[in-house]
Design a protein around this ligand. Structure first.
Ligand code: BGC
Length: 736
């Protein structure tokens, strides 16, 4: 494909490429024949350095938004096939194909908090495109370029649109294009099933005048997407909209936690009725503030549009507890808001990056909630491409932090995510695809540790954002008190163990790792003879690194009690805490933690009005003030990872064989919850049709009733008694 660009620098202004072609409906000979029927068709292949919008005669030709998405060292080519739609879109005579290109992920300053982000050479790459067109009845296309009405569009800072520049194709000033070279990207076809789409539309729940007198619209839900507005304006009237996730305790608009991301939508009107929604960027928000709006705003003039990557919903949780139900809805919204071509940490501040650790801790919950096979298949390819030759996995994928990486529990995403995907979906191809990357990462640890059989040295995030604080000598309290060598060695053991299991599934020689693994476990036991934080107990237990697990689990239970039943865990310990408690006969304590709604707990944010998962246990403190603005996202999914315990232990649904060839359903009821219903849809049979596994239990009088539906053979375990059943619906009772 040949790349083209404008012959001059457009600066911030987004170019609009205009391809003019002639259509003559009388030329019969060039129609293609499909099954002897003559079909009018147009096939367009496009690659662009930045997000783009493509239209034919002023109408969008695809639902795919923010194409080409974001990939590492490769750039996806989208292919649009127009058949039936063409009759509507085409005109006899001159037709115009237009492509407007924003900075998107390829030319925006990324990792915005870094001093060097605005010096990144990527920013001065041209807004180039490459297009190939094939079709019936078309003359060749003549490409020109012009300034589009999008005067600025960038990921963190937002979009400016001036409707006065809307183009009259017949009479506008067109400029020449020139061919150019775009090195360093491999062009690849769009990954199947990974497109970002507009998924939902939300309407204002209210228009507020805040105590400081600002006009704010509340959409009632923190989302990722953009706003569409309607206005009757005069040429030159201005609309300026700011975005926020929350109001402060006085009810005022709060944007400090966006850090340097300006996140603004700025629009200049033409005359008359008009509507606009951004096309080339996105925002994370629940509230918008009308900084400028030419008329009195009416709720019906505003719509929030939710966007996320294509993924089928497969998981549902419902219970007698409204706070738990809201929490679960927040988990779902957290996933929607952060599965935007890549798994991002958050969608609002000057970050929005593919943090490996966040994706790793959430993977099981993600894969129960939605079918994420395509999504992770794509991102894991990028992870492998981003890996350095020595095996180091960058902190973020795609890597926009110049190869910084190699931290425990973050880089281990390279091994944990493929393995969990295999367990849930049962497809060994993901292990085959990732094997080299998995092995390279494990080898990296072996080659970089300071002490053999342990993982010492290196730079780690620790138990990120844990409430157990390090001694005052440690400058960054966000890294928690869990010893880094402890945490890293635990992950080294786990990664080696998973590598052995994965290698066996796909027929690799893993004897070297089988020799190594017990040595790591032994060295861990010799070096770490005590446990100092909740997360240290949890990791040792969850990764099977202790000889006397029941005793250690009992001590963890005591520690939690002496901590006042408060969660102290950060990103790393949180996903496993309830698992280790229930595995070692402390299920009642697990429920105590799950159902607690005082700070710190999973349900506490719900009591403070959260509609997504917060980055911090105390993003809003009990007194209504905020955690420090430099690390306080209200849409960070990591702590939502507890949902996998609700599906897998409370509801009791888990795969007995990879991919749920056989299911294990072992519900763990608790009177304090009264009833719980969990459902996971799994792909069954040769046509991979989704069918639900449902596990529901309810306390009725002095009994517990269990209703279980399984589309595959299952081992159902009720109060310790095992029933081997075939697909079907079953009802059991047990005494309380
Ligand atoms: C991100 C996290 C990430 C972390 C690494 C933050 O800035 O938002 O979610 O995992 O850095 O410690």
């Amino acid at each position: 494909m040949k790349w083209i660009k404008p012959t001059r620098d457009f600066g911030d202004i987004c170019p609009m490429y205009i391809g003019k072609f002639n259509y003559d409906k009388n030329i019969e000979s060039s129609l293609v024949k499909i099954y002897e029927v003559e079909i009018l068709y147009l096939k367009i292949k496009i690659a662009a350095l930045g997000t783009y919008e493509i239209k034919l005669n002023g109408k969008r030709i695809s639902d795919h938004v923010l194409a080409p998405g974001w990939t590492e060292k490769r750039l996806q080519i989208q292919e649009y096939n127009l058949l039936d739609e063409l009759h509507e879109l085409l005109k006899e005579g001159d037709n115009f194909l237009t492509i407007t290109v924003g900075r998107g992920w390829y030319r925006s300053p990324l990792a915005g908090w870094r001093d060097d982000s605005r010096l990144d050479p990527r920013l001065s790459m041209p807004p180039a495109i490459a297009v190939e067109i094939e079709g019936s009845n078309f003359s060749s296309i003549d490409w020109k370029v012009t300034e589009s009405p999008v005067r600025f569009s960038e990921l963190y800072d937002g979009e400016h649109y001036d409707a006065r520049y809307e183009i009259d194709f017949e009479n506008c000033v067109l400029e020449d294009i020139e061919e150019c070279e775009i090195p360093s990207f491999e062009l690849v076809p769009q990954e199947v099933g990974c497109e970002i789409l507009e998924q939902d539309r939300l309407f204002p729940s209210k228009i507020i005048i805040t105590p400081t007198g600002e006009t704010v619209i509340d959409f009632g839900q923190n989302i990722t997407g953009y706003v569409e507005f309607h206005v009757n304006g005069k040429s030159g009237d201005e609309v300026e909209i700011s975005f926020a996730e929350t109001l402060d305790k006085d009810g005022n608009f709060y944007t400090e936690n966006y850090r340097s991301a300006k996140s603004k939508l700025y629009y200049i009107c033409k005359d008359g009725e008009q509507s606009y929604k951004p096309k080339l960027t996105f925002f994370g928000f629940r509230y918008i503030r009308l900084d400028k709006f030419p008329t009195t705003p009416k709720p019906e003039d505003f719509t929030a549009i939710v966007i996320h990557s294509k993924m089928e919903r497969t998981g549902w949780i419902n219970s007698s507890n409204p706070l738990l139900n809201s929490f679960f809805e927040n988990v779902i919204w957290g996933q929607k808001g952060n599965f935007l071509d890549i798994p991002t940490d958050c969608p609002q501040r000057d970050e929005r990056l593919g943090w490996t650790g966040d994706a790793q801790v959430f993977i099981k919950t993600a894969a129960y909630n939605f079918d994420v096979r395509n999504f992770f298949n794509k991102w894991l390819k990028d992870l492998a491409l981003a890996q350095l030759p020595n095996g180091l996995v960058p902190h973020v994928v795609p890597d926009c932090q110049k190869g910084e990486g190699g931290s425990a529990a973050w880089a281990d995403a390279a091994v944990i995510i493929p393995w969990e995907l295999y367990m849930i979906y049962g497809d060994p191809d993901i292990l085959k695809q990732q094997w080299d990357s998995m092995e390279k990462w494990q080898n990296y640890i072996t080659n970089h540790t300071e002490d053999q059989y342990l993982w010492t040295g290196g730079k780690h995030f620790g138990d990120w954002l844990s409430l157990e604080l390090p001694p005052p000598t440690v400058p960054d309290i966000r890294r928690g008190a869990t010893r880094h060598n402890f945490l890293a060695t635990a992950f080294y053991a786990n990664t080696t163990n998973l590598l052995i299991k994965a290698g066996k599934v796909i027929g690799k020689d893993v004897s070297e790792y089988e020799t190594l693994y017990p040595k790591i476990v032994q060295a861990f036991g010799e070096r770490f003879t005590d446990y100092r934080t909740q997360t240290e107990y949890i990791l040792a237990l969850h990764f099977d690194l202790v000889e006397n697990p029941q005793e250690v689990a009992d001590s963890l239970a005591e520690k939690i009690a002496s901590d006042g039943y408060c969660l102290k865990t950060g990103f790393v310990g949180t996903p496993y805490i309830l698992h280790v408690l229930s595995r070692y006969n402390h299920t009642a304590l697990a429920y105590t933690l799950l159902l607690r709604d005082d700070y710190p707990s999973w349900l506490y944010p719900v009591t403070k009005g959260a509609t997504t998962i917060w980055e911090r246990w105390d993003s809003i403190k009990p007194d209504g003030s905020f955690q420090t603005a430099n690390m306080n996202s209200f849409n960070h999914y990591a702590y939502g990872a507890v949902a996998d315990w609700i599906y897998g232990v409370a509801g009791g649904i888990s795969p007995l064989e990879p991919g749920f060839g056989k299911a294990k359903i072992e519900p763990h009821p608790d009177l304090r919850l009264g009833w719980l219903s969990t459902r996971i849809d799994i792909a069954v049979g040769s046509d991979s049709c989704y069918k639900p596994i449902i596990s529901k239990w309810e306390y009725i009088d002095n009994q517990i009733r269990y209703d279980i539906t399984t589309p595959v053979p299952a081992e159902i375990i009720i109060q310790g008694k095992t029933y081997d059943v075939s697909a079907g619906g079953y009802c059991f009772f047990s005494d309380v």
